[in-house]
Design a protein around this ligand. Structure first.
Ligand SMILES: [Zn+2]
Length: 332
């Protein structure tokens, strides 16, 4: 320990001798090290909170060295098995927890998340690794509870996301075996040009509705609906709107039916600019601004595959709720 202390003093003294280029180099190195230690301390915080063996739940334990990634390892007094903060967690098998933390911070930070390729290049990793990590984070946040409850004036509206079968093999399978694999229901985008198919204007049936609800207290949610039927809308809205709430929406039948069925006070406002405000406080501007945020968030992903759309919606909610990387690690 004394020697370490002595070395450290010498190290600090040596810093004075560095030239500007070396200082820059040292800065990068220290930043990398800090990322690493921060990752480790957040993973360790997970065991320190839990204090339990992930195998048998016993709280008695001994410190038992450190793992290859320098995380504190413990040994359970009961069964004598060793574990660390990552054991049996969703992030347990990640080889570079430090870089995972960087990617997680990028996902949850205040600035726009970086494209997978760019982040992969920056971290010196394969793009598929970053992609897998993103999907892993989706699976962790899928179950975390950002329960929204609504009261008072409640705004509701839908936005739409074009259905995407990105990555789907349906046409490939069809062409490989046309007899047993029927033609998929939707033309490929290239068919619209090569076969001269007409693009539908406005809302085609390939536009998926996303319901957005917000109240004036700041609660909000996005929810993908399976279809555009008014019954679906009513079913989705019903548990969100208490009986004494005031509903503001456009003139969609789902909202009208909901208001009628539960005798809610209902203000119908136009969705076109200029008609959005009805008598002062009755408007749907909060959901409209949420739609704008959704649009801005989703745009760089160039139409995410529909099978992942719920994950992206959840990701946006988690970002808006200000959930921190440490919370995600704890829930993993
Ligand atoms: Zn145990």
């Amino acid at each position: 320990m004394l020697l370490l202390h002595y070395n450290f003093r010498r190290f600090l003294d040596a810093l004075d001798e560095l030239n500007p280029a070396q200082i820059k180099h040292a800065q990068t190195k220290i930043r990398d090290l800090r990322q690493k230690t921060e990752a480790i301390s957040e993973i360790e915080a997970r065991t320190n909170q839990e204090h339990k063996c992930p195998f048998c739940g016993d709280e008695r334990r001994q410190k038992w060295g450190r793992t290859r990634t320098k995380v504190q390892r413990y040994r359970c007094t009961g069964y004598q098995k060793t574990y660390s903060g990552r054991t049996r967690s969703a992030i347990g098998r990640i080889h570079r927890p430090d870089l995972f933390m960087v990617a997680l911070r990028d996902m949850l930070g205040t600035s726009t998340p970086q494209p997978v390729r760019k982040l992969a290049r920056q971290l010196g990793l394969n793009k598929y690794t970053i992609w897998r990590w993103r999907m892993l984070v989706f699976s962790i946040i899928e179950n975390s509870n950002v329960a929204a409850s609504f009261s008072g004036i409640i705004e509701a509206d839908e936005t739409y996301q074009r259905e995407s079968r990105k990555g789907s093999r349906e046409w490939v399978r069809h062409f490989a075996d046309p007899r047993s694999v029927p033609q998929p229901p939707r033309p490929r985008w290239e068919d619209f040009t090569t076969k001269g198919l007409k693009m539908m204007r406005g809302l085609s049936r390939w536009q998926l509705p996303i319901l957005t609800v917000a109240d004036r207290g700041g609660s909000h949610l996005f929810r993908r609906l399976p279809n555009r039927k008014s019954a679906t809308m009513e079913r989705a809205m019903k548990p969100l709107v208490p009986g004494d709430a005031v509903l503001c929406s456009d003139g969609g039948n789902g909202y009208k039916d909901l208001a009628a069925a539960h005798s809610l006070e209902h203000f119908v406002v136009g969705s076109k600019p200029g008609t959005r405000v009805l008598a002062g406080c009755y408007h749907i501007q909060n959901v409209n601004s949420l739609h704008a945020r959704y649009g801005k968030f989703i745009e760089p992903f160039c139409g995410p595959a529909t099978k992942n759309l719920n994950g992206y919606i959840r990701w946006l909610e988690v970002r808006l709720a200000g959930i921190r990387p440490a919370d995600v690690i704890r829930d993993s």
